[in-house]
Ligand binder design. Structure first.
Ligand code: ADP
Ligand code: ZN
Ligand code: ZN
Length: 739
């Protein structure tokens, strides 16, 4: 009888499966696809996932190794999730093993049992008594026993500290047989009563129409674009749809952008429902992540909320997927498996027959295009919910105005008036640090990063120059490194500089900076929010961290210091991103009774895109931008794939890509694939980064199917190219960042 061959997906970049023999003594029927096995791979031991069983292998029998150990009797990965991973690996042309590694919780990848945490519970023994004579002179043990006596279901080991139970006392009680320890599965939370912990708001007409549209489509695949201005009550619609889903006995998956992770968002869901919520985001540790994943898989969590990778959480009874702020760039993973969680959420919804709601005040042009094409149902919320008024926009031409740390005179005036009226101001500047460049006024030396084609940012408070691209850090020099003179001057302004200047201009009001540097410490953000929520006049200065999800009812002026970057960037998506950012930041203003005002400083105040955005709003801007994309044949009217390469020697990556390009041209002709353009290779816009020289090759195609046919045939060739060994290269399907 022939050996059973196991085809395993291993955590390796190689796009293929690996054959092994069954571990000694394990019969064929104990081997289930999806199960994990420990195997030796090269010089390492790794954990692979069984994809299929076979009767023969191309590997000669004497070269086939047996797997070392079978870790699962039953596949830990439910079939729908496995199917999604297969689809993902295929679409992004990524190795299946590596795809599974990104999709699975870390502990499962490391071989942890795929079962909820077993916990030790302390119980009082049957028949034990507080009056036991052996406790007469042991008051602490007696106290401990008394506490246990009050907990009929036992006390989990992790809770001992909270109940002031002393481990030594318990051990002594254990020796006496007065207590016992039981290992049991931690109890799933129990629910009592209805699903709502808080009354719902009566929906307005637009909200109701949106709610009804999705609700009537429950139980089937359907994609809905909930396009509602900031503050229009999209979240309220999500919440009521989730309630409906829970009542139907199903689970809901909610994806949120990284930046929305604040307690405000999470609390809103937790407060509304009497439900078991599984949280999956960068802040939870590996054990919590596994427990949440298992709870969702086994139907013991009702709502799953998380960032990008939560998309891969299996659910026993899925009912609904919501992707909040669907335009947000954090849904796209920019390393390893370069997937887009929103796009995969749609695939998942189709595979599992679920309705999916994509919500945004500023939908991506891709999603708008899909709505125009009838692939998504468009649900509009045009009015702010409650009493809030939409903000007014003013463009402030600063062409001939002096800027004082980035802030013009009229802008200072507007800030002063707002503070004097007892209101709060939000100053938006999407640049961290004190100044983006340090310049020697004598000889022209600039703070160039030694490892990148980029300048180092001055972080005054830490006396450091930091490269925001590679992380290189230097002490700020006192003298010019070239001419030794002492006239070093910061050029341009970042949030730190704006903060310093505003503090001098408005000494009587607090100035709070909110960016990655000021909120790095745990709890810092909460402290800032506490001050803001007190409602006294103050100035918030920050980067895009300020732009999303937060609710600042007392802010009535939004001061945007610099919008120009988005208007003349080489990246065709820059204007879309700028418009989204402006609208999102503007949406923070005047969300309560007072109307808000948004002032945009610009050297290009008459730029048509800016005029359109501020006078007619995002929908008009988006239509204009879409028609420009159509004219230029750019996404969503074409499909892109980008190969990036980087190497230690100049020209090395380009050489590799050059050869790769030749192969692609050959394949294109062989397979008769029309309408695929190969652009490049060219040096990356920032050619040198972190000491490596980078180049890229862009593929642009009218048809996604042809592009994928080409990629599928091309990637194995790239993998085998000897010139690729010295080059670190990667493929990005549907890149959102061309740099
Ligand atoms: P969005 O998610 O679209 O930005 P939110 O759901 O956060 O909007 O709603 C903005 C504000 O309006 C919140 O304070 C919310 O409580 C309130 N709100 C939402 N829907 C209603 C409603 N139907 N009636 C009254 N207030 C509402
Ligand atoms: Zn100098
Ligand atoms: Zn650098």
């Amino acid at each position: 009888m022939p050996d059973t061959i196991l085809r395993l997906a291993l955590p390796s970049p190689l796009r293929r499966l690996f054959d092994y023999k069954a571990p000694a003594g394990v019969p064929r029927d104990a081997l289930q696809p999806g199960a994990r096995l420990r195997v030796s791979f090269g010089r390492r031991e790794v954990i692979g996932i069984l994809v299929e069983l076979a009767d023969s292998s191309d590997v000669p029998a004497d070269k086939l190794k047996p797997a070392l150990e079978l870790l699962d009797r039953n596949s830990p990965l439910p079939a729908p999730m496995f199917k999604l991973c297969l689809w993902t690996a295929q679409y992004y042309q990524h190795s299946l093993g590596d795809t599974l590694s990104w999709a699975l919780p870390v502990l499962l990848r490391q071989g942890e049992p795929a079962a909820a945490r077993q916990e030790r519970y302390w119980h009082m023994s049957e028949g034990a008594s507080l009056d036991d004579p052996r406790l007469a002179r042991a008051p602490r043990q007696r106290e401990a026993l008394r506490t246990l006596a009050q907990h009929h279901h036992g006390v989990p080991h992790a809770m001992l500290g909270k109940l002031l139970l002393n481990k030594d006392s318990l051990d002594l009680l254990l020796e006496k047989g007065l207590v016992r320890v039981e290992v049991q599965r931690s109890k799933p939370l129990e629910r009592h009563g209805g699903w709502l912990a808080q009354p719902e708001l009566p929906l307005n007409a637009e909200q109701r129409a949106a709610f009804t549209a999705v609700q009537s489509g429950m139980g089937d695949f359907g994609a809905y674009l909930l396009y509602g201005v900031t503050g229009s009550g999209k979240t309220e619609v999500y919440l009521q749809l989730i309630r409906h889903c829970l009542e139907a006995g199903k689970q809901a998956l909610v994806l949120i952008p990284e930046i929305n992770l604040g307690p405000q968002t999470l609390e809103r869901f937790a407060r509304r429902f009497n439900a078991r919520i599984a949280l999956l985001h960068s802040g939870v540790n590996d054990r919590e992540r596994l427990d949440a994943w298992l709870a969702a898989r086994d139907g013991e969590a009702d709502i799953v909320i998380g960032t990008r990778s939560a998309l891969f959480t299996p659910m026993k009874k899925p009912g609904l997927i919501i992707v909040d702020e669907e335009h947000d760039a954090s849904y796209k993973q920019q390393e390893g498996l370069r997937y887009h969680a929103r796009d995969l959420a749609l695939v998942r919804a189709r595979q599992e027959n679920l309705p999916i709601v994509l919500g945004s005040a500023t939908p991506s042009l891709e999603s708008l295009h899909n709505a125009h094409a009838g692939r998504y149902a468009l649900l509009r919320l045009g009015q702010r919910a409650g009493n809030a008024q939409p903000p007014r926009f003013l463009r402030l031409d600063v062409k001939s105005l002096p800027l004082d740390s980035g802030i013009s005179g009229p802008m200072q005036q507007a800030i002063r008036q707002t503070l004097e009226a007892g209101q709060q101001v939000l100053v938006f500047l999407n640049r961290r640090g004190f100044a983006p460049t340090l310049l020697c006024h004598d000889c022209g030396w600039i703070s160039q990063c030694p490892r990148c084609d980029a300048r180092m940012t001055l972080h005054q408070r830490h006396h450091e120059l930091r490269c925001h691209h590679c992380g290189h850090v230097e002490r700020t020099p006192h003298n010019c490194p070239d001419c030794q003179k002492v006239d070093l001057r910061p050029v341009g302004a970042g949030t730190e500089r704006a903060e310093e200047r505003l503090n001098i201009l408005f000494p009587e009001h607090p100035v709070l900076r909110i960016d990655r540097d000021s909120t790095a410490r745990k709890g810092a953000m909460d402290k800032l929010f506490h001050t803001i929520n007190k409602g006294e006049p103050c100035i918030l200065v920050g980067t895009q961290m300020l732009a999303k999800g937060h609710h600042f009812p007392r802010v009535t002026l939004v001061a945007i210091l610099d919008a120009d970057g988005g208007l003349f960037s080489a990246d065709f998506r820059a204007s879309e991103r700028m418009a989204q950012l402006i609208v999102q930041v503007a949406g923070r203003a005047g969300r309560a009774e007072e109307a808000g005002k948004v002032i945009i400083q610009s050297h290009l105040a008459d730029h048509p895109l800016l005029v359109q955005l501020t006078e007619q709003g995002y929908p008009a801007f988006a239509e204009q931008a879409l028609s420009e994309r159509r004219g230029a044949g750019l996404p969503p009217f074409s499909h892109l794939a980008l190969v990036r390469g980087e190497a230690h020697k100049p020209g090395q990556a380009e050489g590799f890509l050059d050869q790769a390009c030749t192969y692609a041209e050959q394949l294109r002709d062989e397979l008769k694939l029309a309408g695929i353009e190969l652009l490049g290779p060219v040096p990356a816009p920032m050619e040198r980064r972190a000491g490596r020289f980078r180049a890229q090759l862009l593929l642009q195609a009218g048809s996604r199917a042809s592009l994928h046919r080409l990629l599928a045939a091309w990637l194995p060739i790239l993998e085998a190219m000897p010139s690729g060994r010295a080059v670190r290269w990667s493929l990005d399907v549907d890149p959102i960042d061309l740099f």
